[in-house]
Design a binder for this molecule. Structure first.
Ligand code: C5P
Length: 403
């Protein structure tokens, strides 16, 4: 995905063992389409060489304010001006202290002071250094100055200790940079989603499920989080990972999904029901595995209906802005229109063709009170971002209406 196409990221490295992760981070940012300009402090060069970073970024690496390759000795100005964002990873305790106090005694700190673009830092240090009141004061000052602080994570450290202070992993940092550049159309909105299939047991080892992979719902959860929302995902059985920052509750059955949604939905502004919820479950679940005894007898099951989660949410006295999904095997236009009215939702999203189950691409048809809108075939994350914009516009119109 070319999520960072056209973006110029200045990646600053200060001294820390996490510098080795910055090599991978450079590769991931470049893969995402960014132009990456690396600047290293003296201490960073003790851990990894400029040659490595130059080979990976494909750009000259700058380490010194007085580099004769930049005319007029204005490296700090020229480099800062060219960047859409500066990411310092790793950001050492010393680097953070300098930034907090506006020091400019090397190229990296000088260009941070000379910048007009956003600054993100990924702290990396021993847990005692991180917890030290001086570091905490400096970090608080940077936050107050509008700097975005990413992490740190907790876990085993190079010094042999375990605790808070590890730099976030390169793929997490790449995702954060990608999210940073997405338009904040759902800033501070609270979004609840269901995603994936459900699993209805018939005995301890068997059950009824469906072909939903959860990919579209997970992509939407990610897109909503990238758009600035606080996201709670309630997921049926799927092995998909969740984007950092998205809260997740895992459930198996439709009843569990219903209970999880109803327990919290009133705290949300938007509810997006993407899950392919089983309409029926076995009336009674066998406590033992149903045996194929010597004499073969085909078991017969009696089914009972599951609660309709979306319908229950729309019936609440003050429902959030609700979005339903539909996967039809024929005549989506007709069924989509009918289902929107039946489900009583302002927006219903139709998957064009049930063969999109499990695929990485999809094509959507949006049904609202004004008619039908087509979102053409694309990868599910791009579609999810487009859909989040559509949802945000409609939700804003509804909340702007006098009650
Ligand atoms: O009626 P149908 O299952 O096609 O409706 C699909 C929409 O309703 C989806 O948004 C789905 O998540 C939601 N749904 C639900 N609870 C059910 C069945 C469907 O929330 N029991």
């Amino acid at each position: 995905m070319n999520d960072l196409a056209g973006k110029h990221v200045l990646l600053g490295l200060s001294g820390g063992i996490a510098c080795y992760k910055s090599a991978e981070l450079t590769r991931l940012l470049i893969q995402a389409g960014a132009r990456v300009q690396v600047v290293m402090t003296d201490a960073a060069q003790r851990f990894i060489t400029p040659v490595t970073m130059q080979a990976l970024s494909g750009q000259t690496v700058y380490t010194c304010q007085w580099d004769p390759r930049i005319a007029r000795h204005m490296a700090h100005i020229d480099l800062a001006r060219a960047a859409d964002a500066i990411l310092i990873a790793p950001a050492s305790a010393d680097c953070i202290a300098k930034l907090a106090h506006g020091c400019a005694d090397d190229l990296l700190t000088a260009l941070c002071l000379a910048r007009s673009c956003p600054l993100l830092i990924a702290p990396a240090m021993n847990r005692q250094m991180w917890q030290h009141p001086a570091t905490q004061r400096n970090v608080a000052q940077l936050r107050a100055d509008g700097v975005t602080v990413l992490g740190p994570a907790s876990g085993p450290q190079a010094c042999g200790e375990t605790g808070e202070g590890r730099m976030l992993e390169p793929d997490t940092l790449r995702n954060t940079v990608v999210a940073f550049f997405q338009p904040k159309v759902l800033q501070d909105k609270r979004v609840l989603l269901t995603a994936g299939p459900t699993f209805e047991p018939i005995d301890p080892v068997r059950g009824i499920t469906n072909r939903s992979s959860g990919k579209m719902g997970f992509a939407l959860a990610r897109a909503a989080a990238e758009a600035g929302a606080q996201v709670q995902l309630i997921a049926g059985p799927t092995a998909l990972p969740t984007l950092e920052g998205v809260l997740r509750i895992d459930v198996q059955t439709a009843q569990q999904m219903y209970d999880a949604v109803m327990a919290c939905v009133e705290a949300f502004d938007i509810f997006i029901a993407v899950a392919a919820v089983s309409d029926w479950r076995a009336e009674s679940v066998s406590a033992e595995k149903i045996k194929k005894n010597g004499e073969f007898v085909v078991p017969r099951f009696v089914f009972t209906e599951n609660p309709d989660i979306l319908a229950a949410v729309t019936r609440l006295p003050k429902p959030p802005f609700c979005v339903g999904f539909a996967a039809e095997s024929s005549d989506l236009e007709k069924h989509g229109r009918e289902k929107r009215l039946l489900k009583n939702v302002p927006l219903l999203v139709g998957n064009i063709g049930p063969e999109t189950f499990g695929q990485d691409k999809n094509e959507l048809m949006l049904f609202d009170e004004t008619g039908i809108k087509h979102l053409p075939r694309a990868d599910k994350l791009s579609l999810a971002r487009a859909l989040v914009k559509e949802i945000a516009q409609r939700a804003a119109r509804v909340s702007a209406k006098p009650q």
